[in-house]
Design a protein around this ligand. Structure first.
Ligand SMILES: NC(=O)c1ccc[n+]([C@@H]2O[C@H](COP(=O)([O-])OP(=O)(O)OC[C@H]3O[C@@H](n4cnc5c(N)ncnc54)[C@H](OP(=O)(O)O)[C@@H]3O)[C@@H](O)[C@H]2O)c1
Length: 234
């Protein structure tokens, strides 16, 4: 069946890897909803992307903010076909297991796990209804259980392990609906989080998320974890 222009929503889309994901999706002909906590930041990002980009204010730690932003997105663009859960924080200090900073753990999970889940809850039922969707959870190799060789960055890493689990569960629940759900590790990338010494630029960091966000019609790739467009061990 023919479809009109696809619409993508990218959380944390006004800077870093998210901004580059927005640019690349717009280059591929999608309409892009650029979400940032501050509307002005989203507006500024949209100016640099062009007419395909529309700004949204969304804080993923607030169900109210997510609900209002997704309502506004639907009013602006109709349905949402592609969701890139890119918003993330890395807050860890020096504490490692057996020591725990509970407030920091909660704050990290609230953005990196529950935040993504809130947006999924607001957006994915519409995808199922339309019979098409691409969900990309931006994770990290740091969350891979097979790479847990130290207790460094415990809250961040556990939040990404949990996001990976959500990816698997959601993919299983949505099997056969036309909605594909995958996790993408951008690799160590120059950004606010990655810092200036990272080996990858944002173009390379955005490549795997964008590839998964634009899997063609009929592609069955779902429930996977990928880095550099290749499977990564869970
Ligand atoms: N850079 C790396 O080396 C690397 C490696 C592996 C994985 N990742 C993952 O890639 C993703 C993007 O990271 P980045 O490197 O581009 O980091 P960044 O430059 O620090 O950007 C973080 C983004 O997350 C958004 N964000 C944070 N808290 C939010 C909230 N409560 N609600 C909505 N948005 C929120 C920020 O939005 P505002 O503009 O509103 O602040 C910003 O756009 C993250 O999920 C990160 O874990 C990064």
């Amino acid at each position: 069946m023919q479809h009109g222009r696809r619409t993508a929503l990218v959380t944390g889309g006004a800077r870093g890897i998210g901004l580059e994901v927005c640019r690349q999706l717009a280059d591929r002909g999608l309409r892009v909803l650029v979400a940032a906590r501050k509307r002005e930041a989203a507006e500024e990002a949209c100016r640099t992307i062009g007419a395909a980009a529309l700004p949204l204010a969304m804080d993923v730690t607030s169900a109210k903010s997510v609900g209002e932003a997704v309502g506004e997105a639907r009013a602006l663009a109709g349905g949402i076909d592609v969701l890139v859960n890119n918003a993330g924080v890395s807050l860890d200090g020096q504490l490692r297991p057996p020591y725990v900073d509970e407030d920091l753990l909660r704050a990290t999970l609230d953005t990196n796990l529950t935040g993504a889940w809130r947006v999924v809850e607001a957006v994915v039922p519409g995808m199922v209804e339309s019979g098409y969707g691409r969900v990309v959870n931006v994770t990290s190799s740091y969350g891979s259980l097979s790479l847990m060789d130290s207790g460094r960055h415990p809250a961040y890493r556990i939040s990404k392990t949990a996001l990976n689990a959500l990816t698997r569960m959601l993919a299983a629940e949505l099997a056969g609906t036309g909605v594909l759900v995958n996790a993408a590790d951008p690799g160590w990338t120059r950004s606010g989080m990655g810092g200036p010494s990272a080996p990858r630029g944002p173009e390379e960091g955005a490549d795997t998320p964008v590839w998964l966000a634009t899997l063609p019609e009929g592609d069955g790739t779902t429930g996977g974890l990928f880095a550099g467009r290749r499977p990564l061990p869970w």
